[in-house]
Design a protein around this ligand. Structure first.
Ligand code: HEC
Length: 342
């Protein structure tokens, strides 16, 4: 009985602590995302307004990694960035964060510009909650990133995983990204999975495929094309390229693994596929589509990681993939017309 009581007490205590921690975490999140629990101080302290229109996320980004808008630089406020000992303005701790928010003073005594509001927090404990939230955001955004490595989870298909790994190995030989080598890791310990990266890259692939298809259509005097139902997502990108989509068109676009097939009137067939020779020599047409696509993904991840720089975050990687210009990464070549044409 006594043991049960002790165990119950311990469980209650643990539950209480967890609830307390969750509440503190929520308060940090509420302040960061919605400006709750604080007021902004205006007109040199004479005016106060609820900070709901001045959430940190609105200026520093929901991922806290900062951004640039017009001439204004919103610095990154991920906890790792703020506490970096090599930070030019000196590293932050919780007290320094409180000074920055309340009096607009940086650790080195510099006055922060007026574009950074001055805040009055409802309670001092909010600073710890906010710092915890920023650290947690950091962990989520930089999972798998270490001083010398970036972990990525490979595709599930073993052959695709090998092509993906080969592409990353080639990128490592070429120097990796900012002193870091690409590694394969478990999904839960990686910056992103190949699937997530592929989903992020998909719009860039669609733009590239639509651009090349439109070019090929124009070159063969076609302004209209039918698009197979499973390639319907390409419709807007094709329309943006001036192609009219019509069910009864003589030209027809259909997806292939890793690219597109364009059937032209008269039986001519073109194939649009990745043009890379990723692992140092396999000619693209000898590489099956899905493997070429996995290799292309590996190379594009490396390019995006270079573009994101030393402070790479998950959000930066995925956004950069979505903006990739892949026009030169695909090639058009003549393919075998369907066998039935005789
Ligand atoms: C209206 C836009 C805006 C909002 C809202 C805002 N900030 Fe800022 N913040 C800025 C700008 C701009 C700077 C850069 C000021 C400078 O360097 O002079 C800055 C700087 C900072 C700095 C100093 C970083 C450094 O380089 O020393 C910290 C810390 C910071 N913000 C945290 C926050 C937190 C936490 C919140 C939410 C409670 C927040 N900011 C809300 C615009 C904003």
């Amino acid at each position: 009985m006594r043991r049960l009581t002790a165990a119950t007490a311990a469980a209650l205590l643990a539950a209480g602590l967890a609830a307390l921690a969750a509440r503190a975490g929520d308060a940090g999140e509420a302040l960061f995302l919605r400006g709750e629990g604080a007021e902004v101080v205006l007109a040199g302290g004479r005016l106060r307004r609820p900070a709901s229109d001045f959430a940190c996320a609105g200026c520093h980004g929901a991922d806290g990694r900062g951004r640039r808008e017009g001439g204004t630089v919103f610095p990154p406020i991920l906890w790792s960035a703020l506490t970096d000992p090599a930070r030019p303005g000196g590293p932050y701790d919780e007290a320094a964060l409180a000074r920055a928010l309340e009096s607009g003073t940086a650790p080195d005594g510099r006055s922060l510009g007026a574009a950074m509001p001055r805040f009055a927090l409802a309670e001092p404990g909010l600073i710890s909650a906010l710092a915890r939230y920023l650290a947690q955001l950091d962990l989520r955004q930089r999972r798998g990133v270490t001083a010398d490595g970036i972990a990525l989870a490979p595709p599930a298909d073993p052959a695709a995983a090998r092509a993906f790994a080969a592409a990353l190995a080639a990128e490592n030989l070429a120097g990796g990204a900012w002193g870091r080598r690409f590694r394969l890791g478990r999904a839960a310990a990686s910056l992103a999975t190949a699937e997530e990266a592929a989903a992020a890259l998909a719009p860039a692939i669609d733009r590239a495929l639509a651009g090349l298809a439109a070019e090929a259509l124009r070159a063969s005097g076609q302004a209209r094309a039918a698009v197979a139902p499973d390639a319907a997502r390409l419709g807007p990108a094709l329309a943006a390229q001036g192609v009219t989509l019509a069910e009864d068109a003589g030209a027809r676009l259909a997806p292939t693994a890793g690219g597109m097939r364009l059937s032209l009137p008269g039986g001519r067939v073109l194939e649009i596929a990745p043009a890379d020779t990723p692992d140092g020599g396999t000619p693209p047409d000898a590489m099956p589509g899905p493997l070429a696509a996995a290799a292309l993904l590996g190379h594009e991840i490396a390019r995006a990681a270079l573009a994101c720089g030393r402070g790479i975050t998950r959000a930066c990687l995925l956004e950069t993939l979505g903006r990739a210009d892949l026009a030169g990464r695909y090639a058009i070549r003549a393919a075998e017309p369907p066998a039935s044409s005789d």
